[in-house]
Design a protein around this ligand. Structure first.
Ligand SMILES: NC(=O)C1=CN([C@@H]2O[C@H](COP(=O)(O)OP(=O)(O)OC[C@H]3O[C@@H](n4cnc5c(N)ncnc54)[C@H](O)[C@@H]3O)[C@@H](O)[C@H]2O)C=CC1
Ligand SMILES: O=C(O)[C@@H]1CCC=N1
Length: 265
């Protein structure tokens, strides 16, 4: 697979790391306007670093765009005449609709809109995807690419903003929960490094339990909560203080913000 990542910034480089981690490409082009900070990637023999988007597009089949929303239309205009039947266009751009991409590239192009998260760099992204009509022919290819770097789910385009909140911003939300747990563990006497180790591996274990068993979280909670025990005591206190409510409200506030962005653009 010949992949180009157009816009090797935070997310683009996370994807590049995920692709390298999973041996997911025969060649990979990484583009950026100023390439100094990413030249090191050329130490991987199959990686080409360049500021020339046109060269990257010509030499690649799968084009993953990870630039800021304000730059995307102009870049599509620049490359559109180079697109052929071999190309699959995958956008990771927040709030940029498929119809907007089609209006620049044409409806006949294979277009996939995706929302990965930065855990793609370690092969653990939750990635939501959707496509235009033509792109349906390449949706399995897109899923295969993202499944090598985590888990993917096809969703209707209307849910893409909500998926951004849950999956992309979600990394930040979960980080805060892990940090808060770490702070609690330090207060109980662990040193900072151990406290984080306990917090993050417990978090990993909890998610893995659900992924592997298919169980509802409450089924797993029931197994841990001894009647009159310490777990239910802690859990109820967290709920009295608004744990679930605060998470839900934060998610809704984040969605309101992203919806505002959509209206403005
Ligand atoms: N950071 C995240 O967790 C997520 C970000 N996104 C989306 O991904 C996109 C990129 O976000 P970030 O990586 O955070 O931004 P960023 O600013 O770190 O990266 C964008 C990169 O594009 C490069 N660039 C600008 N113009 C270019 C051009 N003409 N040709 C080639 N490269 C060019 C910039 O030099 C920069 O390195 C955004 O649209 C964002 O909405 C989506 C999901 C998650
Ligand atoms: O915070 C943001 O607005 C962007 C979208 C998803 C991740 N970062």
């Amino acid at each position: 697979m010949k992949i180009a990542i157009i816009g090797a910034g935070n997310l683009g480089l996370s994807i590049a790391k995920g692709i390298l981690h999973s041996n997911g490409a025969t060649t990979m082009y990484l583009t950026k306007r100023n390439t100094d900070s990413i030249k090191d990637y050329e130490k991987y023999g199959n990686v080409v670093v360049t500021s020339d988007n046109l060269e990257a597009v010509k030499k690649s089949d799968v084009l993953i765009f990870a630039v800021q929303p304000g730059h995307f239309a102009a870049i599509l205009e620049d490359v559109k005449d180079l697109l052929t039947e071999k190309h699959v266009v995958i956008s990771t751009i927040t709030g940029f609709s498929i119809s907007k991409m089609e209006s620049i590239l044409g409806k006949d192009k294979f277009i996939i809109r995706s929302m990965p998260n930065t855990a793609i760099s370690v092969g653990r992204s939750m990635t939501c995807i959707c496509s235009n009509d033509a792109g349906r022919k390449r949706i399995d290819l897109a899923k295969a690419i993202f499944n090598r770097m985590g888990h993917s789910l096809e969703i209707p385009e209307e849910q893409m903003q909500a998926a951004t909140v849950i999956c992309a911003s979600g990394i930040a939300f979960w980080m805060r929960l892990i940090r808060a747990t770490t702070q609690g563990a330090i207060q109980l006497g662990f040193d900072a490094r151990e406290a984080q180790e306990l917090a993050m591996h417990t978090c990993n274990g909890a998610a893995s339990l659900l992924i592997e068993s298919g169980n509802h979280p409450e089924e797993e909670i029931d197994k841990v909560t001894t009647p009159m025990g310490c777990t239910i005591q802690g859990l109820n206190e967290m709920e009295h203080q608004g744990l679930s409510s605060s998470l839900i409200r934060g998610i809704v506030a984040s969605f309101e913000k992203i919806s505002e962005f959509k209206t403005k653009n």
